[in-house]
Design a protein around this ligand. Structure first.
Ligand SMILES: Cc1ncc(COP(=O)(O)O)c(C=O)c1O
Length: 384
């Protein structure tokens, strides 16, 4: 079996660019991950009991500047828990961008509420306060702004445009480390959710987190996460809960990842800013969302959107890059085009992003030469 180092070497600059595969994502597990996981195994604390869960939650909350952080099994469960904890259910409406990963809308359907879709802004690729405000009805209970690809939504501006009763559940799955005017994602939202899937900036393999500001709300999230069991009465379940716990093994990885979070973010920023620099003269061919001066981008995945309206061009470019050994990702299929959320409304910006975006390899294993190689091959494919 290949060791971690062999895997890493395969993906690092040990061969000439073009003679190997450059993956779109690759986890950096080179801190205390192995040591902490070994500790879990040595002590027998492998399930969701065990010290690493709280240590990971505390480290995350302190670093992100939020009062409470509650681990859970993945980012989708985090969204589901947030909506359940808010008491959202049948008859309620929740506003979601059509341009997002399916989980943001699915969580709304899980609680039996109605998904109300809004289109995105063609510059930031995120929702705008105006579009959300226009979609509010007396039945609106919450909005799920999504920090797409790591670009943070200005939650303070969104809040100012909404009636007081509309809750904000920020889907920050892709945006750990992103900030607006110094406030980390989640800081101004009623609840925020994060994903620690293997391709994310901070990974636990699979994993998620819910952050919030009151002890009462954190207790509700924990209650539903822990099978609805009364924390003071074993096997008494006052509510219908879920088993959405994170294991001590996963939290051990998460804590080790937290210890190096600034390094993980710095590496992604290095890669993304180098792409932006190398591709800056192609603005007439590809849109690269500009980062406002008071925003810090999370740099989850460097993503360009082709300006061309040539229907097959995105896939042709991705195929060409694949021949060059470069793995890329297409944009998400907009929610309004998925069968279970089908919506006849017009969402032209979501369509444009979904059909024309390409996410480039973004992770710390990439050397500067790798980034230059990817940028030069994209440039060639665009001109082909
Ligand atoms: C915007 C968004 N929301 C939610 C999720 C769901 O996270 P997970 O895959 O951990 O369930 C993801 C992740 O992949 C995502 O990109």
């Amino acid at each position: 079996m290949a060791t971690h180092d062999q895997h890493a070497a395969q993906h690092q600059g040990v061969s000439e660019p073009g003679t190997r595969r450059i993956p779109v994502a690759y986890p950096d597990l080179q801190g205390n991950e192995m040591q902490y996981v070994t500790d879990c195994i040595a002590t027998g604390w492998v399930s969701s009991q065990g010290p690493y869960v709280k240590r990971f939650e505390d480290a995350f909350a302190e670093w992100a500047g939020v009062e409470h952080a509650v681990t859970c099994s993945n980012g989708t469960a985090a969204l589901h828990l947030a909506l359940v904890a808010l008491g959202i259910g049948p008859g309620d409406e929740v506003i979601v961008p059509s341009m997002t990963y399916v989980a943001s809308a699915n969580a709304v359907a899980y609680v039996g509420a109605d998904v109300v879709l809004v289109d995105s802004d063609p510059v930031s690729l995120n929702i705008t306060a105006d579009a959300v405000a226009a979609a509010v009805t007396p039945r609106t209970k919450a909005v799920i702004p999504v920090d797409l690809y790591g670009m943070p939504v200005d939650i303070a501006a969104l809040r100012a445009a909404l009636p007081e009763h509309v809750m904000i559940v920020e889907d920050a799955a892709e945006a750990i480390g992103a900030r607006v005017r110094g406030t980390h994602v989640g800081g101004h939202s009623d609840l925020a959710t994060f994903s620690f899937f293997g391709n994310k900036t901070l990974t636990t393999g699979e994993g998620g987190m819910v952050t919030c500001h009151t002890a009462d709300m954190a207790a509700r999230v924990r209650l539903y996460r822990d099978q609805g069991q009364d924390p003071n009465r074993t096997y008494f379940h006052p509510v219908l809960g879920f088993n959405y716990r994170l294991t001590n093994l996963q939290a051990a990885v998460g804590l080790a990842q937290m210890e190096r979070i600034e390094h993980h973010l710095g590496e992604r920023a290095r890669v993304s800013m180098r792409y932006a620099n190398r591709l800056s003269d192609l603005d007439h061919l590809v849109h690269m969302p500009p980062v406002p001066g008071d925003h810090v981008h999370g740099h989850w995945m460097f993503t360009v959107v082709l300006r061309s309206t040539d229907a097959g061009m995105r896939d042709r470019i991705r195929e060409q890059l694949a021949i060059d050994g470069i793995e890329t990702r297409p944009g998400f299929t907009p929610i309004h085009r998925l069968p279970m959320h089908a919506n006849p409304g017009a969402f032209p910006t979501a369509d444009w992003i979904g059909d024309n975006s390409i996410s480039l390899p973004t992770h710390g294993q990439l050397t500067d030469a790798d980034v230059d190689f990817v940028a030069s091959r994209l440039r060639a494919a665009l001109r082909a």
